[in-house]
Design a binder for this molecule. Structure first.
Ligand code: ZN
Length: 207
């Protein structure tokens, strides 16, 4: 059995180096991407959407040309373990999901997927082997057409300098950047700098 162009074993090595650990979700994700790619018409230019940020986007990035950075992979945070590959221009696509009815045949995968037991009470080797044996058997596909907001280029448009932080930002976001509108995720003060254990002497600190 293969996952994309890789043997299962080679895919595991890739996952380890890219994702850091061989998480069960990313093995399932490999089969999901493989199924979606094989279900699309050959030669089609596709984009991808993942319905969770957990694990699944990394499987897409490993196995397709779609990445977060090139804009061809979008994440919509629905918390559902599902993805869709779709025609970049027309929007026709294949949605692949983990089918909970099919999990009835695979109790150890069901226990993990639905969090029926604490993870430390589950045997990771049995789980991993189960996922590899199950392969496509726990998945289902749906034929969908994605909505217009996901089709075509979604550029940021014109930019301006934010009057508060003086950094460039998309004008469409408002009269100041989104960070200065109260969404700044950082504390930034002299204490933050003092707390940094070993500040590299070449670091350029902008005041
Ligand atoms: Zn700003």
């Amino acid at each position: 059995m293969n996952i994309g162009p890789y043997s299962v074993e080679d895919y595991m090595h890739l996952v380890k180096s890219f994702h850091g650990n061989i998480a069960p979700g990313i093995i399932i994700g490999g089969f999901m991407v493989d199924l979606a790619v094989k279900s699309l018409p050959e030669g089609i230019l596709f984009d991808a959407v993942c319905e969770t940020s957990a694990c699944l986007p990394d499987a897409v990035q490993l196995l397709t040309p779609c990445t977060i950075g090139n804009g061809c992979l979008k994440v919509v945070e629905f918390g559902r373990y599902a993805l869709c590959l779709y025609d970049k221009y027309q929007g026709h696509g294949i949605r692949v999901l983990v089918d909970t009815e099919k999990l009835e045949q695979w109790p150890e995968i069901k226990t993990w997927f639905l969090k029926l037991k604490p993870i430390k009470e589950q045997d990771s080797k049995i789980l991993r082997d189960g996922i590899i044996n199950a392969g496509l058997d726990i998945l289902s596909i749906q034929y969908v057409k994605v909505k217009n907001m996901l089709i075509g280029k979604t550029g940021n448009g014109a930019i301006a300098l934010c009057p508060e932080c003086n950094e460039a930002y998309p004008i469409k976001d408002g009269h100041v950047c989104l960070s200065c509108q109260g969404n700044n995720p950082y504390y930034r003060d002299s204490q933050a700098q003092n707390d940094m254990p070993s500040l590299n002497i070449f670091t350029i600190v902008k005041s």
